[in-house]
Design a protein around this ligand. Structure first.
Ligand SMILES: Cc1cc2nc3c(=O)[nH]c(=O)nc-3n(C[C@H](O)[C@H](O)[C@H](O)COP(=O)(O)OP(=O)(O)OC[C@H]3O[C@@H](n4cnc5c(N)ncnc54)[C@H](O)[C@@H]3O)c2cc1C
Ligand code: FES
Ligand code: FES
Length: 428
C-alpha cells in the first residue's frame, strides 16, 4: 500500500556506509566498528578521548553531557547551532553535523571563549563537573550571532544541574552576556576581555565555526546504511518506504530525536533495525496555508516558535497556552531534538492503581518518580564519601561489613569514621 501511495519500490538513493560529521572542526567517520546503541557521549569520551564532556543521568535530565551541534534544517536548509544532550543522541544520528565540545571552543593555551571566561570570573564553578555542560549550553545560546535576553538565558538552563556551586553565580556569569545585562554586569565582563579568544578574521569573540575541514560541505550522499548495526538514514519518504519494504519481517524502529530513550531505556529494546527519519523534509514541515499542520518530526523548539507565531492569527489564540505548556516540558537541550509526542506516546489506559498486593512493594520506590536526576546528583556525593571511607577503614585494618556514618558528615565525623589519626601519616 505504501508504494501505491508514494509511488516507489526502488532501492533507496545512493547510500554511504558510514556516518560523517565534524568534531571540534575535525572530520570523522563512524561505521561498522561501532555497535548500535553507542551514544554520541560514549563516542566523544571513549573513542575521541575528549573527557571534558561529562555524563551523569544519561536520561536528559542533568545537562552534564551537553554539546553544541550545528545542524542544517532539512526544509529551510538553514544551519543552526543547538545544545544537544549527547547522552541521548546515537552517534549514528550525527551524519552531517558539526559538533563542538568544551575542548573545541577555548583553552588555556589558545585563550578562553567569553562564556568560559565569564563562568570563571563570576566564580561559577567549584568541582567543575557541571561546567562543560553549562558552558556548551550557553555557547549554543549565543552562537550564530544570537543575542538572548537575561530571561531567555535563565529559561535555557532548566536542564543543567549543579551540585556544588549554586545557581546564582552561574546564572549571573551567563546573564552578563545577555543583551539586556545591567551596566554593572557588563563592566565585570569587560575586565576579562584579555582572556577572550578573538577571531583574527572577524575581530570578534571566536565562535569556533571557521575551523571546519574545508571539504565537509561536500558530504554526499545524505542517505546512510550501516550494515553491522542495521542502521539506516533516509531523507525522502520514498526511501523510507523502500527501506521498510526491504526489511521484510525484521522488527524496526524509527528514530527521530531519540529522546524517548531517556524514558524507555535501551535495555528494553525490541527491534533489530533502526531508521533515522529526522531529515525527511515532509516530516519536518510546518504548513500554515489553509490550516495549521505540524510534521511528525518537528522539534518541540520549532513547534513552540510556530505556535507563538500562529497564535496571532484569528482562531488560533489557544496555541499560546500550548506553547507555554511545551516550554516547561523537559528542557531546552532535549526540546531542541525532541519531537512532538504522538497519540501513541500517551497510555490508552491512564487510570492509576495503588499496588496493594505487589510482590515487591518497594519497587515503587525505584520508580523514576523518586529517582529523578537531582536526587541522583546529591546522593552521588554520599556514595563517593562512603567509598573513600571503605578504603580508609580497610587500610586501617577494619574488616566489619557495616559501619555507621553519622550525619551531618562534618570534617570531624569523616575523620573519626575513617579510623585514621595523624600518627599514621608519613611526612616527607
Ligand atoms: C527529559 C525528558 C522529558 C520528557 N518529557 C516527556 C513529557 O513530558 N511527555 C512525553 O510525552 N514524553 C516525554 N519524554 C519522552 C520523549 O522525549 C517524547 O515522547 C518525544 O516525543 C520523543 O520524540 P523523539 O523525536 O525523540 O522520538 P524518538 O525517541 O526518536 O522516537 C520515539 C518513538 O516514536 C517513533 N517515531 C519517531 N518518528 C516517528 C514518525 N515520523 N512516525 C511514527 N513513529 C515515529 C519511534 O519509532 C519511537 O518508537 C521526555 C523525555 C526526556 C528525555
Ligand atoms: S548525562 Fe545527559 S542529561 Fe544527564
Ligand atoms: S561546579 Fe557544578 S557540579 Fe560542581
Amino acid at each position: 500500500m505504501w508504494n501505491a501511495i508514494f509511488g516507489s519500490s526502488e532501492e533507496p538513493s545512493p547510500t554511504a556506509l558510514e556516518v560523517t560529521f565534524t568534531l571540534n572542526g575535525k572530520q570523522v567517520t563512524v561505521g561498522n566498528e561501532v555497535v548500535e546503541g553507542t551514544s554520541l557521549n560514549t563516542y566523544i569520551r571513549d573513542v575521541a578521548k575528549l573527557k571534558g564532556t561529562k555524563f551523569m543521568c544519561t536520561e536528559g535530565g542533568c545537562g552534564a553531557c551537553v554539546v553544541a551541534a550545528t545542524i542544517e534544517h532539512p526544509v529551510t536548509k538553514q544551519k543552526q547551532t543547538l545544545s544537544i544532550n549527547s547522552c541521548l543522541v546515537p552517534v549514528f544520528a550525527c551524519h552531517g553535523w558539526d559538533i563542538r565540545t568544551v575542548e573545541g571552543i577555548g583553552n588555556k593555551r589558545d585563550g578562553y571563549h567569553p562564556v568560559q571566561a565569564n563562568l570563571a570570573q563570576f566564580n561559577g564553578t567549584q568541582c567543575g563537573f557541571c561546567s562543560p555542560g553549562m558552558v556548551m549550553n550557553m555557547y549554543s545560546l549565543v552562537a550564530d550571532g544570537k543575542t538572548p535576553t537575561m530571561a531567555e538565558v535563565e529559561n535555557a538552563f532548566g536542564g543543567n544541574l549543579c551540585r556544588c556551586t549554586g545557581y546564582r553565580s552561574i546564572l549571573d556569569a551567563f546573564k552578563a552576556l545577555a543583551k539586556d545585562a545591567t551596566p554593572m554586569m557588563k563592566k565585570q565582563c569587560a575586565d576579562i576581555e584579555d582572556m577572550y579568544k578573538i577571531c583574527s578574521k572577524t575581530g570578534l569573540a571566536c565562535s569556533g565555526s571557521c575551523k571546519k575541514d574545508s571539504n565537509f560541505e561536500e558530504i554526499v550522499p545524505k542517505s546512510v546504511k550501516i550494515p553491522a548495526a542495521n542502521w539506516y538514514k533516509v531523507t525522502t519518504l520514498n526511501d523510507l518506504f523502500s527501506v521498510i519494504t526491504s526489511l521484510g519481517a525484521t522488527v524496526y524502529q524509527l528514530s527521530a530525536g531519540n529522546t524517548a530513550e531517556g524514558v524507555y531505556r535501551h535495555y528494553n529494546r525490541q527491534f533489530d533495525a533502526r531508521i533515522d527519519v529526522k531529515d525527511v523534509p515532509d516530516l519536518r514541515t510546518i504548513n500554515t496555508s489553509g490550516g495549521f499542520t505540524v510534521g511528525a518530526n518537528v522539534t518541540l523548539t520549532e513547534a513552540i516558535a510556530a505556535f507563538k507565531t500562529q497564535a496571532a492569527i484569528t482562531g488560533y489564540s489557544y496555541l499560546t497556552e500550548l506553547a507555554n505548556h511545551l516550554d516547561v516540558v523537559a528542557n531546552t537541550s532535549v526540546r531542541n531534538n525532541y519531537k512532538v509526542p504522538g497519540a501513541k506516546d500517551i497510555p490508552a489506559d491512564f487510570r492509576i492503581n495503588f499496588r496493594k498486593n505487589a510482590s515487591n512493594p518497594l519497587g515503587l520506590l525505584n520508580s523514576k518518580a523518586t529517582g529523578e536526576p537531582a536526587l541522583n546528583m546529591s546522593i552521588v556525593c554520599f556514595f563517593a564519601l562512603r567509598n573513600a571511607l571503605d578504603s580508609a577503614r580497610k587500610d586501617a585494618g577494619d574488616v566489619a561489613d557495616y559501619y555507621d556514618i553519622k550525619l551531618p558528615a562534618t570534617v570531624e565525623t569523616i575523620a573519626m569514621t575513617s579510623l585514621t589519626d595523624t600518627s599514621q601519616f608519613t611526612f616527607a
